[in-house]
Each structure stands twice: as structure tokens, then as C-alpha cells.
Design a protein around this ligand. Structure first.
Ligand code: 13P
Ligand code: SF4
Length: 307
């Protein structure tokens, strides 16, 4: 452990902070977090966090979700500008206008959206529970699934349920192509390919397993294989290597580089995390009205995915 990590842990204790980190965070942040996981696990961890402060090392919509499920806490981020191209693809005013023109739709929103979009939704889902959530929507309702058309397409494939899809995508997962994944598969014919559902259908078709980042950990742990090709953001490899040091994890390449990085997730650094604890800032700020409206679809998700 280096001296900055030691300083961080000392401050974390002094400020009674709970540190939550997404699987795509930098290795040095994952190593000092109280909990590292996917969006679904982070929502549960935020809901039951006991400290006075939550330091959320992930992107803005995830920290907003933490604030919505645990509004009494001060929710900090290392960098408030850590956004998400997918969340940006569905602005709340555009969604509101669409729903006014198309009344009666049941809105299932992937958690990668702003709090204002969540406030307009009927239920939220994550990549870890999307299939289950969609199956729970009353059969007589037409679903609008947003904002990721690739995740929506994967859920339609899995459930057989037709949905209207918002035309959004994640720029990181769009960088993987069938050609780039086929090439690495040929180089490592024994390695199962594990891909995130935000990848295109052509890439998903080449995968042995398509799942959320948390389920990737379970899949690789229970598989007898010794090496795996991991088709998602490169931070995931730190988590996998830390938990399974005896296995080999190969980053899925794109057509341009050996792995894919999310520029937003990488805005968070340990230096900024230390400053956030020192200054108890920057803080995620949401109006009471948005918190109130967004908490119902999130609570519905947490309840539907529990039983
Ligand atoms: P997970 O919930 O699977 O970790 O995905 C979050 C995300 O942002 C994927 O790009
Ligand atoms: Fe958003 Fe994609 Fe980054 Fe995930 S990887 S936070 S979906 S831009």
C-alpha cells in the first residue's frame, strides 16, 4: 500500500466515510474501497451505508442513485464531472416530450440515466437485473426501454418481449467490433469470452457469457477455464485479477487499441478522492422533488430484483 492510500484510509476513518467504487475504477481506488461492485450492488451498498458520508467513486448517475436511496447522507465524488455518454443520450426534456406524444408507455430505464430521467420512469433496471425486471412488467403494457439500445436488444432476445428502444449507446462498448473480438478469440481459442450487454449484437454473438460486471466475477470464478477474454471497460480486469490471481484475464481489444477505457470513470483519481475527503466536497446535490420522484422507480427495482 502506498503513502497516498494510507492517507486516504486515515481520512476515511476520521470523516466516518463509506467508500463505494465501481468495478471500472482505477486499481489504487478499488484497493481502498469498502465495497467494489456493479451498479446493482452499489445501489444496495449505498442504501445500507452507515457512515455520515458516502464517497462514491464511479460516475455521476451512480452517485445520484446513492443519494436517492440514502438522502440523509452527504454523497461526495472525487470529480463531479465524471459523466456518462449513455446517460447524456437521453435528456429529460427530450424524454418528457416523447412521452407526451406517446402516452401509455411503461418506461423501463437502465440505471445509466440522470435522476431527472429516473423521475419520469416507472421502473429502473441495471445490466444485472434487466431481464428479470422486464419480465415483471404487466403483459398488457407496451415498454419503452432506455437509454441503451444494445442492452434493450439483449433483453428482447432473452425475454422474447418486444420493446420500443431509445437510440442511445455507450461509446466504450461500441468500440469493440466483431472483427476485433474474433481476432483475439483465434489467438486464445481456449479462453471463454465474457462480454457486457452494452456491446453490439454482433459482439455479443461471439461471447460465451453476456452479463453485468459483477456476474463476470462469478462466471470466471466458477468456470474451470484458466484464461478469459473480458469484453468491457479495462478497470474490470483489476477486480478480476485481484480476486483470481491464479487465472489469466485478457482485455478484449478494439480495432484501434488493446483495451477500452471509459474517460469518465478515469476522471476519478486517488489524489482527487483524498481531496474530496479532506474538503468534504464536491457533493452531489439533488432537489427534494427529484429525490422524491426518482425514489419510487428505484425502490420498485430493488424490490423486484430481491424476490
Ligand atoms: P454494470 O452495472 O454491469 O457494472 O455496468 C455499468 C456500466 O456503466 C457499464 O458501462
Ligand atoms: Fe457510461 Fe459507458 Fe462509461 Fe459505463 S462505460 S459509465 S455506460 S460511458
Amino acid at each position: 500500500m502506498d503513502s497516498l492510500q494510507k492517507k486516504f484510509l486515515r481520512l476515511k476513518g476520521e470523516k466516518k466515510a463509506v467508500v463505494l467504487a465501481h468495478n471500472y475504477q482505477r486499481r489504487e481506488i478499488q484497493e481502498v474501497a469498502d465495497y467494489v461492485g456493479d451498479s446493482l450492488g452499489l445501489s444496495y451498498a449505498a442504501q445500507k451505508a452507515q457512515g455520515e458520508v458516502i464517497l462514491f467513486c464511479g460516475v455521476h448517475f451512480m452517485a445520484e442513485t446513492a443519494k436517492i436511496v440514502n438522502p440523509e447522507k452527504k454523497v461526495l465524488m472525487p470529480d463531479l464531472h465524471a459523466g456518462c455518454s449513455l446517460a447524456d443520450s437521453c435528456p429529460a426534456d427530450k424524454l418528457r416530450a416523447y412521452l407526451e406524444k406517446n402516452p401509455g408507455l411503461y418506461v423501463v430505464s437502465y440505471v445509466n440515466c440522470t435522476a431527472a430521467v429516473k423521475a419520469l420512469s416507472d421502473v429502473i433496471c441495471t445490466s444485472g437485473n434487466a431481464e428479470r425486471i422486464v419480465q415483471r412488467v404487466p403483459a398488457d403494457r407496451e415498454i419503452l426501454f432506455l437509454p441503451d439500445r444494445n442492452l434493450g436488444d439483449w433483453v428482447m432476445q432473452k425475454t422474447g418481449r418486444k420493446m420500443r428502444l431509445w437510440d442511445g449507446d455507450c461509446y466504450v462498448h461500441m468500440e469493440f467490433t466483431a472483427a476485433s473480438i474474433d481476432r483475439i478469440r483465434k489467438e486464445h481459442p481456449e479462453a471463454p469470452v465474457v462480454a457486457h450487454p452494452e456491446c453490439t449484437r454482433a459482439v455479443r454473438a461471439l461471447a460465451d457469457e453476456v452479463c453485468s460486471t459483477e456476474k463476470m466475477v462469478g462466471y470466471c470464478r466458477s468456470s474451470p477455464a484458466k484464461e478469459f477474454i473480458v469484453v468491457t471497460e479495462e478497470g474490470m480486469l483489476h477486480r478480476l485479477r485481484r480476486e483470481m490471481p491464479d487465472k489469466v484475464f485478457i482485455a478484449g481489444p478494439t480495432d484501434h487499441c488493446a483495451c477500452s477505457e471509459c474517460r469518465y470513470m478515469k476522471m476519478n483519481t486517488l489524489e482527487k478522492a483524498v481531496l474530496a475527503l479532506e474538503n468534504l466536497s464536491p457533493e452531489v446535490d439533488l432537489s427534494a422533488e427529484i429525490i422524491d420522484r426518482a425514489k419510487t422507480p428505484i425502490a420498485r427495482m430493488l424490490e423486484w430484483s430481491r424476490n
